[in-house]
Ligand binder design. Structure first.
Ligand code: C2E
Ligand code: MG
Ligand code: MG
Ligand code: MG
Length: 276
């Protein structure tokens, strides 16, 4: 009986694994089709200086406008295609589209740096710098220093010497870097010091609880102190209320992004948001 049960369990595991593989194949096909059908779009979330009210940039966030399912958020489809070449194609589409948008905004007098999110897998490709350089060359009106690449702190901690070398090579092209979801990865100070990231983004999980949890407040204080020591800029993500914004400014963080300031919006809404 035990043997039989074991065999069944093994069989169950097998089919679960098979389902996962089928799901991945299906997802890959769907993404490929969605790219061909132009179903992807970028929404933009303003980053502001809370003290001056100035908009300092916008983060491009991927959206899938599905013909039947409506707008699908990135975490609903990116994990299924992680580490597959289609994620690289999609990642290049994102950079290309962001550079096009920088150019379109520039033509109407809006000079806005745009950041895009880059996966660890993208950054680990040996030809990443070359590909980025080709994309920049294809958009001569978009200056390289208006493009910012957001790397998860945890991604920057993988393959550290290669990631750091690639970041330096891209930085030499003029592209800027920020470290996203910072505070979750426990970067060592010496490692952080070596990375060419001008901006540190405090993860929203700490911001959300900072007014209730003294430990999270202390982490935020620590991260802000760290950025001052290394002469980097710091921005808080997930700022939803005035109280959070005020507390952050009191701690010395005046840059912010969050629903309390603006939700991610279609590119067409940004010019009006900038002039209001
Ligand atoms: P992220 O880069 O940390 O982006 C911030 C996420 O938090 C976005 O979710 C944004 O809409 C959301 N957000 C902003 N302000 C607030 C707030 O005040 N409260 C709350 N609760 N949420 C807020 P979104 O657009 O669903 O993206 C989720 C994640 O997906 C991103 O996190 C990023 O890691 C990834 N992602 C998005 N676009 C891309 C992309 O083009 N490529 C890659 N590789 N990853 C992407
Ligand atoms: Mg980001
Ligand atoms: Mg983040
Ligand atoms: Mg995040």
């Amino acid at each position: 009986v035990a043997k039989q049960a074991g065999k069944n369990r093994y069989h169950q595991f097998d089919t679960a694994q098979e389902d996962a593989i089928n799901f991945q194949h299906k997802s890959i096909d769907n993404i490929r089709l969605a790219l061909v059908n132009n179903e992807f779009t970028l929404h933009y979330q303003p980053k502001v200086n809370m003290r001056t009210g100035e908009i300092i940039g916008a983060e491009a966030l991927l959206r899938w406008q599905h013909p039947n399912q409506g707008i699908i958020p990135p975490l609903a489809f990116l994990p299924a295609i992680e580490e597959h070449s289609i994620s690289l194609t999609l990642g290049e589409w994102v950079i290309d589209e962001a550079l096009s948008q920088i150019t379109r905004w520039q033509a109407v007098g809006i000079h806005l740096p745009v950041s895009v999110n880059i996966s660890a897998y993208q950054l680990q490709q040996g030809n990443f710098t070359e590909r980025l350089s080709a994309l920049l060359a294809a958009h001569p009106e978009a200056k390289a220093n208006w493009l910012e690449l957001e790397i998860l702190e945890t991604s920057a901690l993988q393959d550290t010497s290669q990631v750091s070398a690639t970041m330096h090579a891209c930085h030499a092209l003029g592209v800027r870097f920020s470290l996203d979801d910072f505070g979750t990865g426990y970067s060592s100070l010496t490692y952080l010091k070596r990375l060419p990231a001008y901006l540190i983004k405090i993860d929203q999980s700490f911001v959300r609880t900072m007014l209730d949890d003294p430990d999270d407040l202390a982490i935020i204080e620590g991260v802000i102190g760290l950025t001052k020591t290394f002469k980097r800029q710091v921005i808080a993500e997930g700022v939803e209320t005035l109280a959070h914004g005020k507390a952050l400014q009191k701690l010395g963080c005046e840059l912010a992004q969050g629903y309390g300031i603006a939700r991610p919006m279609p590119a067409a809404n940004i010019p009006q948001w900038c002039t209001n």
